[in-house]
Design a protein around this ligand. Sequence first.
Ligand code: FES
Length: 166
Amino acid sequence: PLVRVMLTVNGKPENLTLDARTTLLDMAREHLKLTGSKKGCDHGQCGACTMIVEGRRVNSCLSLAVMHDGDTITTIEGLGTPDKLHPMQAAFVRHDGYQCGYCTPGQIVSAVAMLEEVRSGAPSFVSPDLEHAEYSDTEVRERMSGNLCRCAAYPNIVAAIGDVHA
Ligand code: FES
């Protein structure tokens, strides 16, 4: 069946009629032509499809668009432009935080939301007894563990994220 979905994507209101089975990822890529979010595994394992939904990181391949009626969504296209990169995008460029680049949009979207989690005082994964998140490379690796990089550019990804946080 077809369903109507109204949501805000990268600050723009969208009013779509979709097959009820359409994922958030396919909605972005096929219907809105926002192809920055990648389909790596389509099973919630790689993080290449990460979007920020109502302030939280979501694997968009696992979520149906119809579940997000009324939600506010940010994709990589909403973070910066070629002329004015988001600070996280600029840091990834500075630190070569990629090799093939396929996972990069998901890495950057995830990193931006992850730093917001840290700033908002989300408990540390590595040291849960700490009242506020401990910010270390170990903590970053743990918080970014949902985003895989087949090229294993992890040291540079962690360095880029640390540069933005510093
Ligand atoms: Fe969604 Fe891999 S494509 S987690």
